[in-house]
Design a protein around this ligand. Sequence first.
Ligand code: GRF
Length: 192
Amino acid sequence: MTHIAIFASGAGSNAREIIRYFRGVEDIIVSLIVTNRPDAGVIEVARDAGIPVLLLEKERFFRGDGYIKELKTNGIDLIVLAGFLWKVPPSLIENFKDLIINIHPALLPKFGGKGMFGIHVHEAVINAGEKESGITIHLVDEQYDHGKTIFQARIPVSASDTPFTLAEKIHKLEHGHYPAVIEDFIQKSKRG
Ligand code: GRF
């Protein structure tokens, strides 16, 4: 059995889709939700699904590593970031080497890095006059939105798109792809 921990700071719509998807997969389970915000929508998603939540305060996340032990003793094999807004500290990356995945709502390496999250990304895409945007699923390293790309999907940006309509399309694209890409990543790493 592969155990996934999802890290999320926001609404948790990707978390919800991932949880739903793996309900139908025998040997993979989402067994923990980690968040840094006591008011994050993802907490309700976890509650609805009966999945435990670990709430991390800043100090504990960036200075301590007690929670890493907790992840290990809970048997977590893979960390999936789904709208997690803190930079992942080196201690976590070392302990989960090539086992942390992120989704970014644009075609990296464009429109990534510090400050490029949520609606800011789509604003930047539209202001740059891009003809297409998309999603990037990648491994996490010490730099924001930087690790090896695992998967990209593209959609056209139309002249009538606003940052909000584009955000909605991108969200749908994420929901449609992220769970299956995670499954594929796990199956491939099992085969070595
Ligand atoms: C997604 O667009 C994801 O790409 C980004 O944060 C957003 C999270 O949305 N990293 P949600 O909380 O899953 O609805």
